[in-house]
Design a binder for this molecule. Structure first.
Ligand code: PMP
Ligand code: GLN
Length: 384
């Protein structure tokens, strides 16, 4: 392994899912739903396979039906108008979109300011692109992990090329507010920064929280690369269909890198996801309500089991503090949890450069059937 990647080793998700399989524990570690997405969308994929749509290389930027559907989604939801031919790109999941964006936009030595904790591929992709990551830590404040806007401002230097954002935020469940996003947008304009914004959990916002795309703020459309994913929005994480929307110059740059990563992927699934994006509002509302109920179930159960609970405003993860249980090393806690309690979770420390900041936090995924969550809670209570 070269020096750029030496520090990364095996992703925590592979490690923890393997541990779950080995011990037979309930896997609340890796974030994937245990119920597949809508039957009619699976049927759409079968039809595409059977009719020979997408069985050979699809067009490099994605099939026209899906690019049109992505543009339609951004317009009808957010009033953001993108040209399907020049401003939309289909990728092999959000993961490839992140990689392609960073590889396309960074020069060696460029600094990337990212919210910490961050999804693990961010650090690895910044490193592969030869960039330097500059983390700005979200810290617990009144029950949620919050961004300190002054710290964000202070993190920007003359070498900063881009901001790498994620809202709703994995793993903390924080949803950036309109005021925070407006301040970030002002900063980006003032310092002439690009922004790559990972909005894969855009449809998972709870209570009164609202997802507002950063690209919709003044001055942002021209400098923002927005990333979405069917894995999260439609519960098909194995299909690996994601997308990018951006103004033509940025989109062209991302597409240039993407050509040499996978070239194309997921042919028949692209047609099915095009149909999924056109599902009625009732689908999205029911999905959100279902996940909100699961959040309530797991958050309440974890609190009863003695964890400190950060009730998420979005995503399908809940971050907990294990110190009320009398321990403070999340790594050690997660490594022994399968044996002790028959449950797998993820130590948030893996999402930090400042490992000590993340040490006492542990993430549980709640995109699981209620009966599974109930059993996990029962086990955690028994082991407490
Ligand atoms: N970004 C975030 C914040 C995620 O949580 C994930 C998936 N867990 C991804 C990107 C990757 O999405 P995909 O599976 O579409 O590659
Ligand atoms: N995004 C999911 C998570 O955060 C899993 C992604 C992966 O396995 N790479 O858990």
């Amino acid at each position: 392994l070269n020096r750029r990647l030496a520090e990364f080793g095996t992703t925590i998700f592979a490690e923890m899912s393997a541990l779950a399989v080995r011990t037979g524990a309930i896997n609340l570690g890796q974030g994937f739903p245990d119920t597949d997405g809508p039957e009619e969308i699976r049927e759409a994929a079968v039809r595409a396979l059977r009719d020979g749509r997408g069985n050979q290389y699809p067009p490099g930027p994605g099939v026209p039906e899906l690019r049109a559907a992505v543009a339609g989604h951004q317009l009808s939801r957010y009033g953001l108008s993108y040209d399907p031919d020049t401003e939309v790109l289909v990728t092999a999941g959000a993961t490839e979109a992140i990689a392609a964006a960073l590889l396309a936009l960074l020069e060696p030595g460029d600094e990337v300011v990212a919210l910490e904790p961050y999804y693990d591929s961010y650090a690895a992709c910044v490193a592969m692109a030869g960039g330097t990551r500059v983390p700005v830590t979200l810290r617990p404040h009144e029950g949620a992990f919050r961004l300190d806007l002054d710290e964000l401002r202070d993190a920007v230097t003359d070498r900063t090329r881009l901001l790498l954002l994620n809202t709703p935020h994995n793993p903390t469940g924080t949803v950036l507010t309109r005021q925070e996003l407006a301040a970030i947008a002002e900063l980006a304009v003032e310092r002439d920064l690009l922004v790559v914004t990972d909005e894969v959990y855009e449809h998972l916002v709870f209570d009164t929280a609202e997802h507002i795309p950063l690209a919709s703020f003044p001055g942002m459309r021209e400098r923002t690369v927005t990333i979405g994913s069917a894995g999260k929005t439609f519960s098909f994480t194995g299909w690996k269909v994601g997308w990018v929307t951006a103004a033509p110059a940025l989109l062209t740059a991302v597409r240039s890198a993407k050509q040499y990563l996978t070239y194309v992927a997921s042919g028949p699934f692209q047609y099915a996801v095009a149909e999924a994006l056109a599902l009625p509002e009732s689908y999205f509302a029911a999905y959100r309500a279902d996940m909100e109920a699961k959040r309530d179930l797991l958050a309440a159960g974890l609190a009863e089991a003695g964890f400190g609970v950060y009730r998420p405003a979005g995503t399908y993860f809940v971050t907990t503090d294990i110190r009320p249980l009398g321990v403070s090393d999340g790594f050690a806690f997660c490594r022994s949890l399968p044996e002790r309690a028959g449950v797998v979770a993820v130590p948030n420390a893996v999402f930090y450069d400042h490992r000590e900041e993340g040490a006492p936090f542990v993430r549980f995924a709640f995109c699981k059937q209620a009966s599974v969550l109930e059993e996990a809670v029962r086990r955690l209570k028994a082991a407490a």
